[in-house]
Design a protein around this ligand. Structure first.
Ligand code: BJ8
Length: 425
């Protein structure tokens, strides 16, 4: 993953080159162990391997070229940020990953130690000057989802060009009105940033582009209902992670090709694992790139993951924006309605999520569900108890895992995961 030809660009972006080299080296090693070591991967995965091998290289070069051509780059940490509006203003939207420990010492000087790993990671990447995506952003969009993020953004704004969207906490008519006002405020902000007025034609096109990406991911998830599973959970997690920062048109095309190959595999009754391999589903907090710890533990314990009920998974792809709204106002309403359907644990009440978890588990024919909560994430920790209850009622085995990005608990987690896999086998 180390590409010295990019050094000049990284230097210009003011990265800490030595620490950055170290990060890429560790990432490369992890990727080799966790991904490239898998047997029976389809040719379509070469695209993902290439994107990962160039994670801080080619895509960042593309962003820099776009910026030189006058386009703006907008970063986001949450699936509530409406990418459609960013694209319609001819800007580029990138998901800023926060899936590995970075700059921990510096972060813990300005944030409480008992803050969730995802928050510490994005602040750490900035403080340690390790992420060329963060450094490429003309604007970073935060949101008032959980308390941890909300308060951390106050600190983060001292270091980065930040804009915060107010996310409702309930789903009543007044909340929808608030969310619509926020979408319009965001539209105005993006227009001011880019100098481009968002018009109906461009918005309709960007709605279709983002929907197409969701559709291809829906297709991929649907294929995983096959027995035996045609693709590993690790690989699909990677697909979802890459969806946040690669060019949406290229990504959709490449995953379409991967799905074509998977369809052939399914039709021939082949799988990535033998028939009878325990099928598990993950549910809970998002796993941002390169957070591969739990999926790797699960799949090296004799099970296969066939679904992710998460924002780096079906929560981000389940719902589409209505494409048929005739005018700009109607398109804004369609965006408002689509994003109000997100079943993040920050909402109260959040019964839809429980229905989605059970529905998905049944559809995919899983033998068990592993609920994944990042330590100190109260919304998902609280909902884990509810998820356990509904799954118990549905007769689906459940395992609750709470962890962070460190490797200290790997052995202990492995023992628990292995025992669960044995139990559901
Ligand atoms: S829509 S899940 S991406 S907020 S893990 S930072 S909740 S303490 S990430 Fe999320 Fe948007 Fe919701 Fe999805 Fe807080 Fe929990 Fe940390 Fe979290």
């Amino acid at each position: 993953m180390k590409d010295t030809s990019c050094n000049a660009m990284w230097e210009k972006l003011n990265l800490d080159l030595e620490a950055h080299d170290g990060l890429l080296e560790v990432l490369g090693k992890f990727y080799g162990d966790i991904y490239l070591s898998q047997a029976g991967r389809l040719q379509g995965m070469e695209y993902l391997d290439f994107v990962l091998s160039e994670i801080h290289g080619l895509r960042v070069q593309e962003l820099q070229a776009a910026k030189q051509g006058g386009r703006k780059v907008v970063g986001a940490f949450c699936v509530f940020v409406p990418e459609e509006l960013v694209l319609a203003a001819d800007a580029i939207c990138v998901g800023l990953c926060a899936g590995v420990e970075a700059g921990k010492e510096a972060v813990e000087k300005i944030l409480p130690r008992n803050t969730c790993a995802l928050i510490k990671s994005f602040v750490g990447f900035k403080l340690a000057r390790l992420c060329p995506f963060t450094e490429s952003c003309d604007l970073i969009v935060g949101e008032t989802t959980c308390d941890g993020k909300k308060k951390a953004y106050e600190t983060f704004s001292e270091y980065a060009p930040l804009y915060v969207m107010e996310i409702p906490q309930m789903k009543m008519a007044s909340d929808r009105a608030l969310w619509k006002a926020e979408i319009i405020r965001f539209k105005d902000r993006v227009e001011a940033l880019t100098g481009n007025k968002i018009r109906g034609g461009a918005l309709n096109e960007s709605i279709r582009i983002v929907n197409e990406r969701r559709r291809v991911l829906q297709r991929l998830n649907h294929l995983r209902a096959a027995v035996p599973a045609p693709i590993s959970g690790r690989d699909v997690l990677l697909v979802n992670q890459v969806s946040f920062y690669d060019d949406p048109l290229r990504f959709t095309q490449k995953i379409r090709e991967l799905c074509d190959q998977l369809e052939v595999r399914v039709e021939s009754g082949e799988g990535i694992v033998p028939k009878g391999t325990p099928r598990l589903m993950l549910s809970g907090c998002p796993m941002a790139v390169p957070n591969w710890k739990l999926p790797y533990l699960v799949e090296s314990s004799g099970a296969v993951i066939v679904g992710e009920e998460s924002c780096v998974g079906t929560r981000n792809t389940r719902d589409l924006v209505d494409e048929d709204a005739p005018a700009l106002d109607g398109m804004i309403d369609a965006i408002v309605d689509r994003y109000m359907k997100i079943d993040c644990a920050c909402f109260t009440p959040n019964k839809e999520r429980l229905e989605h978890v059970v529905g998905m588990a049944r559809e995919l024919g899983v033998d068990g569900v592993i609920h994944y909560t990042l330590s100190f994430c109260q919304p998902y920790a609280m909902e884990a108890l509810k998820v356990e209850k509904v799954l118990q009622q549905a007769g689906i085995p459940f395992l609750n895992i709470e962890t962070d990005y460190s490797m200290e608990d790997v052995e202990q987690l492995k023992t628990r995961v292995e025992a669960f896999v044995e139990m559901v086998s």
